[in-house]
Design a binder for this molecule. Structure first.
Ligand code: BES
Ligand code: MN
Ligand code: MN
Length: 454
């Protein structure tokens, strides 16, 4: 490892420059205006893979954004690590809240600000450089490596499941390495062994054929905003329990052992509350905040729209109202089944005064894995070497839909070695990445490949 670590040390300034180049590409997967940028970003990733010494690199087109693949299989008799990450990013709005432009990476106080810095370009780059440092510093890798980097994670990985199912031979490996999760806290390297799943809906309520003067007609017809508010507020009770019949049927209780582990983590609920600026926390009664995020499902209204929201007052009864509603799921809950429960329930409770349309959007299964797998133990040793501290094992409330697919279709364990921080504003204005973590993350990545060798 000596030459590898020397190489990292010597090349850190260039690594940072390359991260900036990566961050300058506005690869917003959900935006039709940015299609060309997303494509350009796929090419940037492919070029990186060639430059770091992959023997074979390919861009696979999909009906959405391309999947980039690269491999180096020169370590005979050694295991194969499949790295997964995403080069697409979230939209940037509200743009006026950014201190520096989202695609003009800027360093302030040891942090690099740009959309995608924490999620997920910084963490993809960290692993590219971990591999490069073996190949260029030592001339070889201790294990075989495959890279699978997609451009649709932020829009639900719609084409990835089919790709994985039809490329099982190509993706054959011993474990998956992912860096797309945050650390539990600053200075606390974390390995994530559980993610929540997701189902996402849009519902549209239509009252009359056109907006109406609220004086001429108010009092005779339903107001879709009102009907929507009543419908939504009935989905959760005062105790934060979701009221959809059958919703909790398949939720598994947490083992006493895991509960014990969880209570040992350094988590200060008051600090958490103030860091969010919340007057009081609200969640499902009977569970701690960490349990609420990691092991309990939830239902959120992600967006609401209806009627007049412009300047001044307008007396109107809107013709329609819309809501985006999603549910985070936990292991053993089937997204299809929950989606059916939701759809049937909403159709049942919608009043006859409106016509309702329900649209299903992206989704994915939750995932949880045992932490005694040798690959996870290798990750633990690697993080300890890089950060000088034993990592903690955590679950997360977010979703990476393909992780369950890797387990179900390829039979592969996933190792989630993330170096983001919980306050790095992923999906929000002023997204940033701590450069100490980026640089030590490269060392951690390099150690992981070493630790994976037999
Ligand atoms: N990197 C996140 C997933 C994540 C977030 C894991 C927080 C752990 C903690 C990923 O890029 C993401 O945002 N996923 C989406 C998935 C969705 C679009 C299907 C999510 O969780 O909302
Ligand atoms: Mn991500
Ligand atoms: Mn994300």
């Amino acid at each position: 490892m000596e030459r590898v670590l020397e190489y990292i040390e010597k090349n850190q300034p260039r690594f940072l420059e390359e991260l900036k180049d990566f961050l300058r590409i506005p690869s917003i997967s959900s935006s039709s205006e940015n299609q060309k940028d997303v494509r350009r970003c796929a090419h940037y990733v492919a070029d990186q893979l060639r430059q770091i010494g992959m023997q074979q690199v390919e861009i696979f087109p999909t009906s959405g954004h391309p999947i980039v693949y690269g491999e180096w299989l020169g370590a005979q008799g050694q295991p194969t690590v499949l790295f997964y990450g995403h080069y697409d990013v979230q939209p940037v709005d509200p743009l006026n809240l950014w201190t520096s432009a989202p695609f003009d990476p800027t360093i302030r106080n040891g942090e690099i600000y740009a959309r995608g810095s924490a999620d997920d370009k910084g963490q993809v780059m960290m692993n590219l450089k971990g591999v490069e440092s073996h190949l260029k510093g030592e001339g070889r890798l201790p294990v075989n490596v495959k890279f699978l980097i997609e451009g649709e994670e932020e829009v639900g990985s719609a084409n990835l499941d089919a790709f994985v199912a039809s490329h099982q031979e190509l993706l054959k490996a011993d474990c998956v390495l992912i860096s797309d999760t945050p650390m539990f806290d600053r200075g606390l390297p974390s390995i994530c062994y559980g993610l929540r799943g997701l189902v996402y809906f849009q519902i549209d309520l239509k009252g009359t054929k056109s907006d109406l003067h609220s004086g001429s007609f108010g009092g005779t017809v339903v107001n879709p905003n009102f009907a929507l508010a009543q419908l939504i507020s009935s989905l959760k009770d005062q105790d934060g329990r979701i009221t959809i019949p059958g919703f909790y049927d398949d939720v598994l209780p947490m083992s006493a052992e895991e509960k014990e582990e969880l209570s040992r983590l350094p988590f200060d609920v008051e600090k958490y509350r103030t860091s969010l600026g919340a007057p009081v926390l609200f969640g499902e009664k009977g569970y701690s905040a960490l349990e609420q995020i990691w092991v309990r499902p939830t239902l959120e209204v992600n967006g609401l729209c209806g009627g007049y929201i412009g300047e001044g007052a307008k007396t109107v009864i809107p013709a329609q109202a819309m809501a985006k509603i999603s549910m985070r799921l936990v292991p053993n809950q089937d997204p299809e089944k929950i989606a059916d429960l939701f759809e049937n329930h909403v159709k049942r409770i919608a009043p006859p005064t409106v016509s309702l349309s329900v649209t299903r959007m992206q989704g994915g299964k939750a995932w949880v894995a045992p932490i005694d797998h040798p690959a996870i133990q290798a990750a633990s040793r690697a993080f300890e070497k890089a950060f000088g501290k034993r990592p903690v094992f955590v679950r997360e409330g977010g979703s990476i839909p393909v992780v369950a697919t890797f387990a179900d279709v390829l039979g592969l364990p996933s190792v989630l070695m993330g170096i983001g921080l919980p306050d790095e504003n992923a999906h929000a204005p002023n997204e940033k990445l701590d450069l100490y973590n980026f640089q030590h993350g490269i060392v951690g990545s390099a150690h992981f490949f070493q630790e994976m060798a037999r």
